[in-house]
Each structure stands twice: as C-alpha cells, then as structure tokens.
Design a protein around this ligand. Structure first.
Ligand code: TYD
Length: 228
C-alpha cells in the first residue's frame, strides 16, 4: 500500500524528459510538496553500474541480457527508492519506467511478445504502477540528434550510446510503440506534443499535475492506489 503520488515521464530519446521532470520537480517543491526526482536506468548506486553496462558502447549484450539488466535495475529502483518514498507520502517523479521496456525491448527490438513483457515487468516492480504518465511526443529525427549531442556532452560516446546507435528506424518503432501504449493505457497516459517551447510544455504539465493532485486529495483514499 502506498500513500504517495507517482508520476512517470516517457518518450523517445531526446524528447526532453530530464528537462521537464526537473522543471516539474522545482515547481511542485516550491509549492510545498515533498518530491523525489529519479530516473531509469540508474536511480541507485547499483543501478548506475547497470546503466553503464547497458549504455556504454564498449559493451556488447545479447538482447535477452539487455532485457534482464533493465529489469534488474528497475527492481532495485522500485524496492530501494520508488516504493519507500511513495509509502512515505512523497510525490515521486521518474524519468522512464516499465513502458520504456515494453517499447524499446518489445515494439522496437522485438525480443519477445508485449504481453509477456508486461507480466515480467509487473513481477519486477511488485505491481507498483504510476498515477500518471506524461508521454513526450517528438519527431524521431529531431529527438535522436538532440539525444546524441547530450550523450556526447555527458559521456563523450561518439555516435550516441548503445541504444541510440540503433539508428533512426529503431527510433521510429519506438515512437509507434509509445503511440500504441498511449491508447492502450489511456486512463493514465497523457500525450504531450513537444513542438512548443520548453516553458509552454512545462506549464501544460504543471497544470495537469496540479489538477490531478487536487482530485486525488479530494478523492476517497490514497492508500493502495499504486498497487494493481
Ligand atoms: P537515457 O539517457 O536515460 O534516456 P534519454 O536519451 O531519453 O535521456 O538513456 C536510456 C536509454 O535506455 C534510452 O535509449 C532508452 C533505453 N531504455 C530501454 O531500452 N529500455 C528501458 O527499459 C529503459 C528504462 C531505457
């Protein structure tokens, strides 16, 4: 059972998830909410090691090993950060979650069917699901070139990280996957068009979040809402 509120940002590479989660975190914190900002892969010390294995192009993983490493990272993250913070009544803002695996390892890499991926993800996260998912929709060409520049600035990887190196058709499958999930999970997914300024997008996300938090507070009971 958890008492907090769980917000997830999803979207193709370079869609601005880190920027938007940081802006939302700052605004909600300024409003007096107790918030935690985190990300996948790599929200824990152990996760940072897994992140390097997953994204550093010097490593060469078979698809199933890649899948299980994302799940291992997520399981650590939920058990060590997400669930305890939610249980403490916090607002948890997380960049990427189970939907990234459904899209990247499922729709784009086609490792195994989506229904199986849903089941093992729910097993990995003890059925903890977000209250709201902001899906940041961006044209893959635009997102990928932005993502590669950021990766170079941060890690000096030429040509992007291991996933970005899959190229543009992979990113198109990623976007199609997200659009499909947005309709499958329409009760929690909100599609945010990224063809506006950072500030406009942030205002949109902030207003939607405030409305949801108000409804949530007026609602019957916060307990157990993150548990399926
Ligand atoms: P990151 O730099 O965190 O994302 P972004 O480029 O959007 O800022 O890189 C994480 C990469 O890992 C990204 O390409 C998406 C990929 N990924 C998966 O393939 N499966 C997953 O389950 C997760 C969480 C990420």
């Amino acid at each position: 059972m958890s008492k907090g509120f769980f917000i997830v940002f999803e979207g193709p590479d370079g869609s601005g998830k880190s920027t938007q989660s940081e802006l939302l975190y700052k605004k909600l914190s300024a409003d007096g909410y107790s918030c935690v900002k985190t990300e996948e892969p790599g929200g824990t010390l152990e996760g940072e090691k897994i992140r390097d294995l997953l994204l550093n192009p010097v490593f060469n993983l078979c698809p199933k090993a890649e899948l299980f490493l994302f799940l291992a990272d997520r399981s650590e993250h939920v058990n060590r950060i997400i669930y305890p913070e939610l249980n403490d009544g916090k607002i948890v803002i997380c960049s990427r979650y189970i939907y990234s695996t459904l899209v990247y390892q499922g729709f784009a890499r086609k490792i195994v069917e989506i229904e199986f991926l849903k089941k093992i993800n729910m097993f990995a996260v003890n059925d903890i699901v977000p209250n709201i998912v902001f899906y940041l929709d961006i044209i893959p060409e635009k997102g990928l070139s932005k993502a590669k520049k950021n990766t170079f600035k941060k890690y000096y990887f030429q040509g992007g990280d291991r996933i970005e190196m899959e190229g543009i058709s992979f990113q198109h499958r990623v976007r199609e996957g997200y659009l499909s999930l947005a309709s499958q999970y329409s009760s929690i997914f909100t599609l945010i068009k990224c063809d506006r300024s950072i500030q406009e997008i942030n205002n949109n996300i902030y207003n939607l979040t405030k409305r949801r938090l108000k409804n949530d507070r007026n609602g019957k009971n916060r307990k157990g809402q993150n548990k399926r």
